[in-house]
Design a protein around this ligand. Structure first.
Ligand code: S3P
Length: 436
């Protein structure tokens, strides 16, 4: 459902936020526990549309998951590596690329037929990147438009070991190959050009799987079983990101964000903030659910421009649109390069950043592989359409919370990753109030 929300800049910003559970870990905690030998409780699971899509697919494959409405606690009744059964219907992945790509890997190992589809956005996103390696392993897996787009049809089973060099740094591709690797007849190695998030590797190792990691490469051997992994999901740094950017750019701010996952494969934004001179304290480092976690405090900062390229790109991929806002408050040209992946997310996020911030007065030039912000720029309130992309909705809201005048954000999708986002904005006195 599309709604319009008003956002405006408060004089002073002092707030404490508890962001929802990590989306990537929430998906994996359901998928991996579904094929474990026994039950596992997942606490602080992200209750969002995307993670609910994964749960629905697993239920259709015979997995019992006790996860009441509006709850952040799920009990997964694992069926073991060979306990899934054929779904009676098409598996609907909704808007979730993680669901579709990870489920493709899992289903490539199952000796039955599966069909995966999703919404209009997901059916335009590249699937050749998982189809190619899974076919190389022997899967009978096909997609629309010469094996590039969903819906996907999979008749699984009979997989071989392989070495696959992925041309893209993508945790979804890597995880799809590793999930298929659980069912292969020999070791599977996947290499990527830069390191992507490593939650699948951490969780599989904790479940007793033999997994080795070296520079940008992971090797997995087929386990005889997986132990259930009870887990308390840490807060999502991708949901902390809007607050980090808001606090650094606002003229009088101090924002505390508790319990944030600071896995080094996810902390690219913290490195970018550091390079731009932002004031961010990282305190109380600890381990939770097999992942490093900390509390973050961000304060008003004098920002300088930076160049973002190379290995930091996959470590900040979902946060890069927000870096455009930092660029608006920094002296000089902030350059995002080597990030063509932004064009194949839930929407074309290069186009979205240029359109949304451009309409608010930012001076931004698109590149094929990113964008350049010519800072500093004065942001003025406007009516902006998030185009059905959750991260674009949050980008527009944060820009509105830093702009003069009121901004109206037309959106329908923050429920994909951060359902309480507008409530948290309202609690911080930034507006977040439905306009009509
Ligand atoms: C994700 C990996 C990233 C990220 C997405 C979640 C994951 O996608 O953008 O939001 O959970 O593995 P890619 O693997 O396509 O880079």
């Amino acid at each position: 459902m599309t709604t319009t929300v008003r956002v405006s800049r408060p004089e002073r910003l002092r707030t404490k936020v508890r962001v929802p559970g990590d989306k990537s870990i929430s998906h994996r905690s359901l998928i991996l526990n579904a094929i474990a030998d026994g039950d596992a409780v997942v606490e602080r699971i992200l209750d969002s549309d995307d993670v609910r899509s994964t749960a629905a697919c697993l239920r259709a494959l015979g997995v019992a998951i006790d996860w009441p409405e509006a709850s952040d606690r799920a009990l997964v009744h694992g069926r073991g590596l060979r306990g899934l059964c054929e779904s009676a219907d098409v598996l609907d992945c909704g808007n979730s690329g993680t669901t579709m790509r990870l489920m493709s890997g899992l289903l490539a190992g199952q000796p039955f037929l599966s069909i995966l589809s999703g919404d209009d956005s997901l059916r335009t996103r590249p699937m050749g990147r998982v189809i190619t390696p899974l076919q190389q392993m022997g899967a009978h897996l096909h997609g629309r438009k010469s094996d590039t787009l969903a819906p996907l049809v999979i008749r699984g089973g009979g997989l071989h070991g392989t070495r696959y060099e992925s041309p893209v740094a993508s945790a979804q591709v890597k995880s799809a190959v590793l999930l298929a690797g659980l069912y292969a007849d020999g070791p599977v190695t996947v290499t990527e050009p830069e390191a992507s998030r490593d939650h699948t590797e951490r969780m599989l190792a904790a479940m007793g799987c033999h997994i080795e990691t070296a520079a940008h490469a992971v090797r997995i051997e087929q386990p005889s079983r997986l132990s259930p992994l009870p887990i308390r999901v840490p807060g999502d740094i991708s949901s902390a990101a809007p607050w980090l950017v808001l606090g650094a750019c606002h003229p009088d701010a101090e924002i505390v964000i508790e319990n944030v996952n600071v896995n080094p494969t996810r902390t690219g934004l913290l490195d970018i903030l550091d390079a731009m001179g932002a004031s961010v304290d990282i305190s109380e480092p600890r381990m939770a659910g097999g992942e490093p976690v900390a509390d973050l405090v961000v304060r008003t900062s004098d920002l300088r421009a930076t160049r973002v390229d190379g290995g930091v790109v996959p470590r900040a991929i979902d946060e890069l649109p927000l870096v455009a806002i930092l660029g608006c408050f920094a002296q000089g040209d902030t350059v995002i390069a080597g990030a063509a992946e932004l064009r194949v997310k839930e929407s074309d996020r290069v186009e979205a950043v240029v359109r949304v911030l451009g309409s608010m007065g930012a001076d931004i030039t698109p590149r094929d592989d990113g964008f350049v912000v010519h800072g500093p720029c004065r942001l003025t309130g406007a009516t902006v359409d998030a185009g059905g992309d959750h991260r674009v909705g949050m980008l527009a809201a944060i820009a509105g919370a830093l702009a003069t005048d009121t901004t109206e954000v037309v959106h329908d999708a923050v429920g994909v990753s951060y359902p309480r986002f507008w409530d948290d904005l309202r609690d911080a006195s930034l507006g977040g109030v439905a306009a009509r």
